[in-house]
Ligand binder design. Sequence first.
Ligand code: FAD
Length: 477
Amino acid sequence: MTETVIVVGAGSAGCVAAARLSEDPERTVILLEAGEDRGHEPELRSLNWLDALGHRDVFYPDLFATKVQGGEARLYQRGRGVGGSASTNAMLALPGLPQDYDGYAERYGLARWSWSEVQPWFAKLKPTLVRSTDEELTPVDRALLDSGTVLGLPDDVDAYTPEDGSARLYRTADRRERRSSLELWLDPARGRGNLVVRPNSQVDRLLLDGARVEGVILADGEEIRGDQVILCAGVFESPCVLMRSGVDRPGLGRGLQDHPAASVYFSMKPEHRAADRAIPCIGSVLRLSSSVGAGDLHLLPLHGELLASTPPSHGLLMAAVMRTRSRGELTLNPEHPLAPPIVDERMLTHPDDRRAMREAIDAVATVLSGDAFSEIVEQTFIDEHGTPVDALRDEEVFDRWLSTYVGDYFHAVGTARMGGADDPDAVTDELGRVHGLEGVSVWDASILPEVPSANTHLPVVMLAERLSAAHRSGSLV
Ligand SMILES: Cc1cc2nc3c(=O)[nH]c(=O)nc-3n(C[C@H](O)[C@H](O)[C@H](O)COP(=O)(O)OP(=O)(O)OC[C@H]3O[C@@H](n4cnc5c(N)ncnc54)[C@H](O)[C@@H]3O)c2cc1C
C-alpha cells in the first residue's frame, strides 16, 4: 500500500470521495462517520421525502441556527449517519446556473471552477438522475407546471438548462427508490479490501506534527493515522474540526450562505386532498428572475401531510431566493466544543436579498390567484391564525412575517471557502487543500464560495467527483 487516506464524514461528498479514492487498490481508505450505518432503512430509500423527514433518528437533534438577526434559534436540518444529508434530503437535483460558477472565477480568482470547467462534470451526472413523469406529479405540481404563463414565462422547460419557466424536477433516484451518494457510490465500493467504513466514529481534531497532519483524533481519544485527511463532515462540522485543531484563518466559519425561503400554505378543495404517499411529494419548480438577478428565484410546491404543526391535506408554495448576498457565521460552542456550533445565518441582511424575497412572495400570490391554482386551492394562509396571503401586501406585515417565518433551504455553504493563500477569507486552495497545513483538505459544501442557484447536493457531488479525479492526477481536469 502506498497511501492511507482518512475521509471524515459519509455524506454527499464523503461517500463519493471514499468510493473514488478506493478504486486504486494501492491506496487504503478509512471512512469515518459520526452517526450510525442505517442509510438502507425503508424510510430513507422511499421516493416520498416526507418519510425521511419523519425519521428523526437520522438528523442532528441539537443543531440550531438563528435565521435572521434578532430572531430565535431554530433547528437546522442536517443528516447524520452513513449517507449523511444525501440520505435524508428531498432528492431534488439541479446543477445551478452558469453565472454561479463564472462568479467563482470572477470574484474569487477560481478560474478552474468556472461554468465551462464544471459543466462537463454536471453532464456526466445527469444520466444518474430521473425526471418527473406525468404519473409522478401531484395536483400541486400540475398546477405549477401550468403557471409559468401567469408570470409571462414558458411552461415545462428543462430544469437542467438555465431557462426561466416552470419545469419538472430531476431527482437523485430511480423510479422506485433513492439513488444518492450512498447507493450510487459507496455501496458498490463496500466489498473492497482497501476500504474501511467506520460508523459511530466522531472526529474531534487533527493529529498534527507542526504543520503536517498525521491523522485524526476521535472524540473518545482514539488516534487514527494516515497520510492524508479529507474533511467531508459538512458545512457545520468541517470548519469545527479545523477550529478544534487550532486553525485560525480569519475566514474560517465565516462566509456562511444559504437560500432564504418562506412558504404560503393552502387548503385544497376536497377532490384534491388525497396525496398518494407513494409518489414524490415535490415534482416541479418554477424558476424566475427578480429585479436584482437572473434566474434567482424558485417557487417550489409541496403536497401532502407536511409537518405535525400544520394541518393535513394541504399544500404549500415555497418562495426561495437562490442567489444571496447576505452572509452569516458559525463559532464553536465554548462550553461544549464537540457539540454542534453556534450558527448565526443573518439571512436577508443585504437589502437586495430582502427585495428579491418581496418579489418572490408577490410571484407566489400571483401564481396562487391564477387559473391553475384557483382550480385546486380552497383557501391560502401564511400562519397558524389563518391569515390570508393578501395580508403580505402591507410592508410592515411582510417584514414581521419574514422575521418569524423565514427559514433556510438546507443549502448552507461557504464556511471554509476556496481562494488564494493571500486572500484572508480563503481557507483552502482551489483543490480544497487547507492553507498553512500539509496533508489536510476539505471537499464538501464548506468550500463553495457562494451558494449556487441550485439545491446543493448535486454541486457537492460534482465537487467531490472532480477533486477525487484531481487527487489521482495531481491537478484539476
Ligand atoms: C432535510 C434536507 C433536505 C435537503 N434537500 C435537498 C434536495 O432536495 N436537493 C439537494 O440538492 N440538496 C438538498 N439538501 C442539501 C444537501 O443534501 C446538502 O447540501 C449536501 O448533502 C451536503 O453534503 P456534505 O457532504 O457537505 O454534507 P453531509 O451530506 O451533511 O455529510 C456530512 C457527514 O459528516 C458527518 N460528520 C459530521 N461531523 C463529523 C465528525 N466530526 N466526524 C465524523 N463524521 C462527521 C455527518 O454525520 C454527515 O453524515 C437537503 C438537506 C437536508 C438536510
